[in-house]
Design a protein around this ligand. Sequence first.
Ligand SMILES: [Zn+2]
Ligand SMILES: [Zn+2]
Length: 179
Amino acid sequence: MLFAHDTEVSLNATAALVNTARSSGEELPDVAALDAFVAHWRWTGSRTRDQAELDAVRDLRTRLAALWDMTEDEAVVLVNTLLRDASALPQLVKHDGWEYHIHATSPDAPLADRMAVDAAMAFADVIRADELARLRCCAALDCADVLVDLSKNRSRRFCSLTCANRVNVAAYRSRRSAS
Ligand SMILES: [Zn+2]
Ligand SMILES: [Zn+2]
């Protein structure tokens, strides 16, 4: 494992959040869609389940998406801003079957603030390890989704198996028709 487990989960969750507004269009159109996202990534803590919460998460999504295009110094400014704005206070906690991991916000902080700080803590690890180059865009030409390559040999190129398979099948077909 490259980073701590909670860091890797947070990085993948951040990429997934960014990808809710990429190749497939708006995938967080309403509170029900946000509920499904929150359940899938096993977010705990308070919810308001209203339009304001959804809007705050979508705004955060836009800010986090920029990380994939930022220099290290720019990413540092964003990470520090996210931590400062939410008055982050890192604490080790254990709950809901997870082993010890860090929460830097209280469970009753707004969902978007908790997501922001979680992502910021994870990216702080990435920056400290000088691994921002692991932030990539999917290598499939028709896909705009992002990914964080957490593989040992830095070999991950696609956002999903779906994209990897589609590109491999296309390459196979073009090899066959050429021969
Ligand atoms: Zn937790
Ligand atoms: Zn893709």
